[in-house]
Design a protein around this ligand. Structure first.
Ligand SMILES: C[S@@+](CC[C@H](N)C(=O)[O-])C[C@H]1O[C@@H](n2cnc3c(N)ncnc32)[C@H](O)[C@@H]1O
Length: 293
């Protein structure tokens, strides 16, 4: 991660009932607890605040950014789930979802789980990795509230959210380390495997590895959503993302998919087999093997 200067972040809680959770998180992240949460004239940049809606990243008033909260049961995700375009959307074509096949996806750069959730709603099992501890906390909180909302909907006979959320899992850590462990297990077993099925039985390998690293904000930043600006201030850019590609290509069974802004260069300056280009986003596809189905 690189950021211009590290923001000052404090943990806070809206009501006293959240104090125990706030203390656990403050200890885990080695951040102080802020008792006076008035965001005017205070000496912090962001509050990581336990609220009735969930864990929120709330910028101080002078930033003019919006709060960030991960809400899988909220209207934005529900709308995308219902009317997002199903297997016709570019992300579905990029990872190779079809009526007959929904790949198991390893999402190396989970962020707030937006793409992971879309892929899970298309039927993919998605294992998400996130290294930024603040982003991981927001996503973990969103996931556990999503599971609870799904449980309540299931009690009312609606299993839609539950089938999606149950396909998501989350790990905290650096994807580079995860990949190098996976690759060393693959390279240990590979020479002894007579056929590919033997390798697949010995080591779990994702069908598709998905990578969406942070990219510098575009110049037309007035158009960038306020929440996006806050997210960038916390995470910075991911200048080490190039290093993920070589091992991702060894770990994936069928393909590696890299999401880039249109006009951006290729990851690790490596040309993909083909790209799917949208208005603001491009998916670069590194195809390794024909997809089943
Ligand atoms: C652009 S955001 C991903 C957005 C996500 N696709 C979504 O739809 O919400 C990139 C995220 O990847 C994380 N990240 C970048 N490099 C990583 C790495 N090597 N390991 C784990 N997480 C990483 C960053 O911390 C950031 O949260």
């Amino acid at each position: 991660m690189t950021a211009d200067s590290l923001p000052i972040i404090r943990v806070a809680y809206e009501s006293i009932s959240f104090e125990p959770q706030a203390q656990v998180l403050a200890e885990k992240l080695c951040l102080p607890i802020q008792v006076d949460t008035d965001t005017y004239g205070n000496s912090f940049d962001y509050l990581l605040e336990f609220t009735q809606q969930g864990l929120a990243l709330r910028p101080s008033a002078d930033k003019g950014y919006g709060s960030i909260i991960c809400d899988f049961a909220g209207s934005e995700h529900s709308h995308r789930r219902r009317y997002g375009g199903g297997n016709g959307q570019a992300i579905a074509k990029a990872v190779g979802v079809s009526g007959k096949f929904a790949p198991q996806v390893l999402d190396l750069t989970a962020g707030l789980g937006g793409d992971g959730f879309v892929l899970a709603s298309l039927g993919c099992n998605v294992c998400m990795l996130e290294r930024n501890p603040i982003v991981h906390s927001l996503l973990a909180d969103g996931l556990s509230r999503g599971i609870e909302a799904a449980r309540q909907e299931l009690e009312q006979g609606d299993d839609e959210l539950s089938s999606v959320i149950n396909r998501l899992s989350l790990l905290e850590g650096n994807a580079a380390n995860y990949l190098s462990d996976l690759v060393s297990r693959i390279t240990q077993v590979e020479p002894q495997a007579q056929v590919e099925e033997e390798l697949d039985t010995a080591v779990w390998r994702p069908d598709v590895v998905y990578v969406d690293p942070m990219f510098p904000l575009r110049k037309k930043s007035a158009k960038v959503k306020k929440q996006m600006q806050a997210f960038h201030a916390i995470v910075g850019t991911d200048p080490d993302a190039d290093q993920l590609l070589a091992n991702a290509l060894i770990a994936a069974k069928y393909r590696v998919v890299v999401k880039r802004p249109t006009g951006a260069g290729f990851l690790d300056e490596t040309k993909p087999n083909y790209s799917l280009e949208g208005k603001s986003t491009r998916y670069d596809i590194y195809a390794l093997k024909k997809l089943p189905g």
